[in-house]
Design a protein around this ligand. Structure first.
Ligand code: ATP
Ligand code: BTN
Length: 318
């Protein structure tokens, strides 16, 4: 990320001379760079004669120095970018290029962040968390079953550990707080589970975003909106790393069945009347929970039906 923005992220005043010295450029060039920064990162700068420049709203930018040691303890290789099309897309490219795994891709911004079913994930710069973890699946289908739900549990655990109350999950891959979406998980696979197979677990969390220039067509919130102060995104990445690592290990050892009840206890629509859209029809029923593979169990006209697959979308029945 832009060095100048790193120097300014604390929201304090920095003189033109100090910034120029740090960058090895003249004060005039600093002034020009600052104008570019305002445009590129959509930030607002205050200029005060005699004191210098400061960001109106402080930022928490990712720092390789802070992140790499913690991720190395998990044996994860960090790939940190200012901007990407999508961290999932980059993780898939890195897998293709046989880069060392497990690998973590992290970006300050995404220009084509993706959700499920070709939807867009709104991903402005320097505000949120866009992370993808890629590794090899060695346990066949067993290691994939319920994986998306387990990732959701790990996100919930990480948010809880940094002090966010009332985090819930919505089948299959959404994280909610107070009835609003705060995070999502997108799994992508490459290869054959019976042979050589890799998985990419993409996690998007709204962290310090308080408003969005892009339209998000459902209620959403962010960690900052919940907590009322700037969230340290480096701490969040490290906490998410630990939570993902421990949940994935448990899942690989014991399978989803052992985590099923825990997941159901977090499901925001457990026992509620819901409408499930499939590719071809809509089914109304009461949510009974999930089965040992993470598939959705609905009570439809007095009979249990089980649903799984990427094309499904669950809503509260109106
Ligand atoms: P489902 O697929 O279960 O119906 P969904 O409607 O949330 O759930 P997803 O594909 O999981 O759909 O997520 C993509 C959707 O999330 C987008 O269509 C948009 O409504 C919403 N969205 C996009 N960006 C953000 C964001 N940064 N924060 C919260 N929600 C977002
Ligand atoms: C969803 O709710 O549909 C899932 C959204 C997942 C968004 C994350 S952001 C990091 C990773 N890269 C992407 O392009 N998508 C996922």
């Amino acid at each position: 990320m832009n060095k100048l923005l790193h120097l300014l992220q604390d929201g304090r005043f920095h003189s033109g001379r100090e910034l120029g010295n740090a960058l090895g450029v003249s004060r005039g060039s600093v002034w020009k760079y600052l104008r570019d920064i305002e445009e590129e990162f959509d930030v607002e700068l205050h200029r005060v004669r005699g004191r210098g420049y400061r960001l109106k709203n402080p930022l928490s930018l990712f720092s390789r120095e802070l992140l790499e040691p913690g991720l190395r303890l998990l044996n994860w290789h960090l790939h940190l970018y200012d901007s990407l099309d999508s961290t999932n897309a980059e993780a898939l490219r890195l897998l293709q290029a046989q880069t060392a795994i497990p690998l973590v891709v992290l970006a300050e911004a995404q220009t084509a962040g993706r959700g499920r079913r070709g939807r867009t994930w709104v991903s402005p710069a320097a505000q949120n968390l866009y992370l993808s973890l890629a590794y090899r699946i060695t346990g066949g289908m067993q290691q994939l079953s319920g994986l998306s739900l387990v990732a959701g549990l790990a996100v919930k655990d990480a948010l809880h550990r940094i002090g966010i109350a009332g985090v819930g999950l919505k089948w299959p891959n959404d994280v909610y707080v107070g009835g609003k979406k705060i995070a999502g998980v997108l799994l992508e696979l490459t290869g054959d589970p019976a042979d050589i197979c890799h998985v990419v677990i993409g996690v998007g969390i709204n962290v310090n975003m308080l408003f969005s220039d892009d339209d998000i067509d459902q209620p959403w919130t962010s960690l900052r909106a919940q907590q009322g102060s700037l969230i340290d995104r480096n701490k969040l990445v490290l906490q998410l790393g630990e939570s993902l690592h421990s949940h994935l290990q448990r899942h690989a050892e014991l399978g989803f069945a052992e985590m099923r009840l825990e997941w159901e206890a977090c499901h925001i629509w457990q026992g509620r009347e819901c409408a499930l859209s499939t590719a071809s029809r809509q089914v109304n029923g009461v949510v009974l929970g999930v089965d040992d593979q993470g598939a959705l169990r609905l009570l439809v006209d007095g009979h249990e039906q089980v649903f799984s697959g990427g094309e499904l979308s669950l809503r509260l029945a109106t």
